[in-house]
Design a binder for this molecule. Sequence first.
Ligand code: LMR
Ligand code: MN
Length: 397
Amino acid sequence: MEQILEKDPHNALALYGRARSLDSLAEVERSNARLEQSIFAYRAVLDLEDQVDDHLYHKSALRCIDRMRFRGFHGKAIRIQQRLVARFPNDIEYQNQLAIGFLLTNQPEAARTILEGVLNRWPQSGFAQVHLGFILKTTYDDYDAGARWMMAGIASREEGVIDGRFYSHLGDALTRLGRHEEAQRIYADGEKEGVFRSHDQRSLYNVDRLTAQPWWDKEATTYGPFFDLLEANWRQIRNEGVALLTLETPEGFANESEKLRDSGDWKQFELFAQGRKNAAHCTKAPVTCTLIENYPPALCKRGQVKFSIMHPGTHVWPHTGPTNCRLRAHLGLVVPSGAKLRVGNTTKSWEEGKFIVFDDSFDHEVWHNGSSYRLVLIVDLWHPELTTDEWQSLAPI
Ligand code: LMR
Ligand code: MN
């Protein structure tokens, strides 16, 4: 092969052969340097442009993109995708994949432009429809157009469209448009298609065998002694939380960032995330953090510990958390009347110095119609049926 290249440096097959062998070597040696050599070698094939046939061009480009993504070169991968689109302008697949490339690199505007172009030429592409709808809903807050596109895309049943993310954002868009019955039908369809555990338990990162119920008795969680201990210390926890309220942002409470609010003012002060302590924040709430730190089930890699303050006039849209692997416990710290939490079909209120425990993978919604702020400590704990081996092996969220 190297001999061929010496005589004929533009021999496409030989260049491809060199790329393949560097590619295999990189895997054997687990070497990034070698991997990058193989990436350059694949690109050398593409640089031959007209001198390489479509089949080889396609093969080299796809492997080149795959290896670039593996190496974390997402921007470079997009430029190869753009070359594919330029060479094969009539192939819808390359354009849809380019849009996904833009989405993966957090460039929804660019993805939108590509998808709109696709839909001009191929109005029936369900794949382009769901993704355009998703972008209009999540980036542009255009619930009406977002819902229309996602609905059309799902109806196509094309590969890739029967996906929990689309069902969930479609239902949410309809809810926000006040079309509650349609939203419920979408969630029921999602259950039927198996993208949700049930119409009202819509988390997407799940362990299937776990007991699922919206509300939990403190004792049934097996974490009773921990709840008792924090309840016994609730005044100190409250004092730490209240003292934090006078801090100026950015040190202080941060606005809820997931666009869950319909109206009002809702902020959080994070102490632990993904099982890890926020050291800077914990120096400002040492008693609370020590209580948490000494209790391994509360160092949940799929959850957080945080103070949550909600002001009067707040409504949080119905939503579900990302995973069924945690239970969410709220310790009431400052609880005026007029604030309430619905999980599934049951609505409850907080009590100062007492925990309530729910599973936030179920549909839940919050209102505060009172006249002064509500403060709670939120503690996520591993679902009691997970093993400590699973605590280790589950990917953090
Ligand atoms: C939630 O977990 O979505 C809310 O219950 C949080 C809060 O502060 O009430
Ligand atoms: Mn929530």
